[in-house]
Design a protein. Sequence first.
Length: 129
Amino acid sequence: MSIFDDVFRKDYEVLRKTTGEYVEGHWNEGGEVLFIIKASVQPLTSREMDELPEGRRKNQTYKLYTDTQLYTVRNEYQEGIARNPDIIIVPEYATAAGHERFEVIRIFPFQSGIINNYRCIIQLTEQGQ
């Protein structure tokens, strides 16, 4: 945690699905865990929007900076472990319909050893709520 966290970052709620498991031959879905992170949410530049896959360019998308490790479906830095993506609740970017849930779709870890952080690309989920 950095001394700047209180100045430049604010609290956001994160929903993370826990891993499911088989119990006596039946699949049990994992539950949801809610926790708080310090983060800064900012709009994407036009260049960053162009780098998104074509099917995702029209969706409401932002970048999020945090020192908390978040998860997306494909975690390049975690040896290919598949997980459900974390959902970030961002009330200030809610749609007119009140949708405020954003899925982590991409993660760029910056681990310099001085100020470690993650730049995440978040996008409004289809459900939104």
